[in-house]
Design a protein around this ligand. Structure first.
Ligand code: SF4
Length: 81
């Protein structure tokens, strides 16, 4: 990952695991030059502390956040994120 496409990491409180978690906006948003939506947010701690079937911060099923996280990791490994 080079300096140009470094992701900005934010902290958000997750009521599901009662602590702060690291969150990023999908880097595709900046590349597209548009404003982020709720669908562009990715929790970097998915799977390490999730306790329920619904992510309380993003209001999506746990599987959806897993899909977003997996996609981000896959692109990062290819140098695309
Ligand atoms: S994906 Fe899991 S750890 Fe992240 S905010 Fe949602 S419930 Fe919490």
């Amino acid at each position: 990952m080079n300096e140009e496409n470094q992701m900005e990491i934010h902290l958000a409180y997750c009521a599901g695991c009662d602590r702060q978690v690291k969150v990023v906006v999908d880097p595709e948003v900046a590349k597209a030059g548009r404003e982020p939506t709720a669908a562009d947010l990715i929790c970097l701690e998915h799977g390490t502390a999730c306790t329920g079937q619904l992510c309380p911060i993003f209001g999506v099923p746990s599987e959806e956040m897993e899909r977003r996280y997996g996609s981000l990791l896959s692109r990062a490994r290819k140098g695309e994120a």
